[in-house]
Design a binder for this molecule. Structure first.
Ligand SMILES: CC(C)(COP(=O)(O)OP(=O)(O)OC[C@H]1O[C@@H](n2cnc3c(N)ncnc32)[C@H](O)[C@@H]1OP(=O)(O)O)[C@@H](O)C(=O)NCCC(=O)NCCS
Length: 314
């Protein structure tokens, strides 16, 4: 018999990461225990920390799902939301309703804790995306579509040289008014910078001066059929919209971060001038993410004209 129940996030990193590595077929993010512990340790701004759920058969985990807190903002209005990710069922346990059961328990816990809104991403056309949309609706959440994101990527040229990065700002800049953007508290921003995968702030000038505009890149690992490889990933953009000169700085900064010959990606390039990407060596990847914001039925906030987001794809 398989049981599905909440689990203490502080103790979930090792088994959760092992399950995630089993569930995602390469090429995929390589989930380490340190990375998951860091994610599950994100400090909340509203007192509602990470929530984790596991499915267990005997003493073995065969399913996992988690939500971690993030402050986001639209048109100057802060929203303390949770980012739901890490939803996975072991290959041999699929197709018997465990995905639905994991979501039911996770969303029940989030509602009971008082969580207001959830942000999540799914791959266009995937089983995971159709499952999550139905799961939130079944739990009474309302859906706001945050659009589709064409991912960008490049192979870092052998000629690329390591570049000096600018120091992280006090706090990154807020996003354009019509976007749902990351707006971390000071404590959350400090947490971003302790990502165990290694971070780099790629600062962008604003009228010649470096401010909080820019991107946060991480040196992540991906599982491929050849083994585990490093890859640079621009996870978060702050302070758009961005122009062609900004794109050039970000692309060069990313190329100067990862090892030459490896892949670098921008999984959510919202706000960047995509028509300029090719001239900077960036190509569209065969991966489109769909962003969703789910609000609980009694949520009283308003979301004017909101249809896009720069929040990171975790
Ligand atoms: C997505 C995932 C969690 C689903 O887990 P699961 O336990 O098989 O899910 P369920 O049994 O609850 O099935 C959910 C729905 O998907 C359908 N489904 C499951 N596997 C399917 C497949 N291979 N092809 C088509 N539909 C499928 C089920 O029929 C069910 O539909 P229904 O609600 O209409 O009955 C699992 O496939 C997985 O871990 N995939 C890899 C990681 C991943 O993609 N995570 C989600 C990121 S958004």
């Amino acid at each position: 018999m398989v049981t599905v129940a909440p689990v203490d996030p502080a103790g979930a990193a090792a088994s959760g990461a092992a399950l995630l590595r089993r569930a995602w077929a390469p090429p995929a993010l390589h989930y380490t225990e340190a990375y998951l512990r860091w994610q599950l340790g994100f400090p909340p701004a509203d007192g509602i920390g990470a929530v984790a759920v596991r499915a267990e058969a005997g003493s073995e985990w065969v399913g996992f799902a988690a939500a971690t807190p993030r402050r986001v903002e639209v048109a100057g209005t802060p929203i303390d939301a949770h980012l739901v990710s890490f939803v996975a069922v072991a290959p041999e346990a699929r197709g018997s309703g465990l995905g639905h059961r994991l979501y039911a328990v996770l969303l029940d816990r989030l509602v009971a804790a008082g969580a207001q809104a959830v942000i999540t991403f799914g791959l266009e056309g995937s089983v995971g995306l159709s499952l999550l949309v139905r799961a939130y609706e079944a739990a009474g959440f309302r859906t706001v579509d945050l659009g589709e994101y064409p991912s960008l990527g490049m192979v870092i040229p052998r000629t690329a040289t390591a570049r000096e990065a600018s120091p992280p700002p006090g706090l990154p800049a807020s996003g354009p008014a019509d976007l749902l953007a990351s707006a971390p508290t000071e404590e959350q921003w400090r947490h971003y910078l302790t990502d165990p995968r290694g971070t780099r702030w790629l600062g962008l000038p604003d009228r010649g001066t470096l401010t909080g505009r820019g991107g946060l890149a991480v040196l992540a690992e991906r599982a491929t059929t050849r083994g585990v490889e490093p890859f640079a990933c621009l996870t978060n953009l702050f302070g758009g919209p961005f122009d062609a000169a900004d794109l050039a700085i970000l692309a060069e900064g990313l190329a100067g971060f990862g090892p030459p010959g490896t892949v670098a990606t921008l999984p959510n390039p919202e706000g960047l001038p995509l028509e300029e990407a090719r001239s900077r060596g960036l190509r569209r990847l065969a991966v489109n993410y769909c962003g969703k914001l789910f609000t609980r039925p009694d949520w009283t906030g308003s979301l004017p004209r909101l249809a896009r987001t720069t929040v990171e794809v975790a």
